[in-house]
Design a protein around this ligand. Structure first.
Ligand SMILES: [Zn+2]
Length: 114
């Protein structure tokens, strides 16, 4: 289920432009507000997270996400680098431009990005 909320991102998630909280995908900008390609890439990034959440039964996604983030921070990474190196984010960033990726994506594909 896709929602657009300028408020959420301007008020709370300033540096982000999308978030997936199963079953919702919330984006900062609607389809007509940014270039179509940028919208599709962003939406694809969040859809990959949607499937990651589904296959971690949703409840395991958030603790795992936090676990990987903390692990990266303990390795000495900055906040941004720790975030980008979470396996879920690595998969999403690497594949977000492949708009047909989800058609061929394998179950638990994020495990390749440990
Ligand atoms: Zn992401």
């Amino acid at each position: 289920m896709l929602f657009i909320s300028h408020f959420l991102f301007e008020k709370f998630l300033k540096t982000y432009s999308g978030i997936t909280l199963f079953p919702f995908i919330i984006l900062k900008h609607g389809k007509n507000e940014i270039p179509e390609y940028d919208f599709n890439v962003l939406f694809n990034h969040e859809k990959i997270h949607f499937y990651q959440q589904l296959e971690t039964l949703i409840v395991f996604f958030y603790p795992l996400y936090l676990f990987f983030y903390i692990k990266n921070r303990l390795k000495g990474m900055t906040h941004f680098s720790a975030y980008q190196n979470i396996p879920f984010e690595k998969e999403s960033y690497e594949k977000e431009r492949d708009l047909s990726y989800l058609k061929s994506r394998k179950f638990w594909a994020w495990r390749k990005y440990f």
